[in-house]
Design a protein around this ligand. Structure first.
Ligand code: SME
Length: 154
């Protein structure tokens, strides 16, 4: 059985190949969402919330795969808001124990949210992944996803 780390490595290889020469950020986010969702089909939501520069401290939904996502999230709320506010990856074993969690899909039980920065180091999005089982995400996922977003967007 292929481990999570190996799956992330394969997704990164696919991304490097497919995205070669493609500079558009929306296209890159859409492709990351697609390939991660295909690689981990048990996840129920995989995608991005982007920093809305027209608003103060608010995220707006970007490219994603999965059930209907909330359109906007203030930095003060949710797991995504916590990642945007702190600049730190949020690995949540059980979202029901996370104060202020926003349930776009009631099936979500575990979640990981990774800050996404541009080459200047400026936060412009977060990568959000939800799963219906508790404790799905750990150090392997955090390290692999932080490396993946740095490779693709950094
Ligand atoms: N659960 C997230 C909201 C986004 S939906 O999961 C796609 C949060 O608490 O910020």
């Amino acid at each position: 059985m292929t481990g999570r780390a190996e799956i992330y490595d394969e997704v990164s290889r696919q991304l490097a190949s497919v995205l070669e020469g493609e500079g558009d950020r929306i296209a890159r986010m859409a492709t990351v969402s697609c390939l991660l969702a295909q690689a981990f089909p048990d996840n129920i939501w995989t995608g991005f919330y982007m920093v809305d520069r027209a608003k103060e401290d608010e995220l707006v939904v970007g490219p994603y795969q999965g059930t209907l996502g909330c359109l906007r999230i203030p930095f003060a709320k949710g797991v995504c808001g916590a990642a945007a506010r702190t600049g730190e990856t949020q690995v949540v074993e059980d979202v029901h124990a996370f104060e202020g969690h926003i349930a776009c899909d009631s099936r979500s039980v575990s979640e990981i949210v990774v800050p996404v920065r541009d080459p200047d180091g400026t936060l412009f999005a977060v990568l959000d992944i939800d799963n219906p089982e508790a404790g799905t995400f750990g150090e392997t996922d955090r390290a692999a996803l932080e490396r993946l977003v740095a490779d693709v967007f950094g």
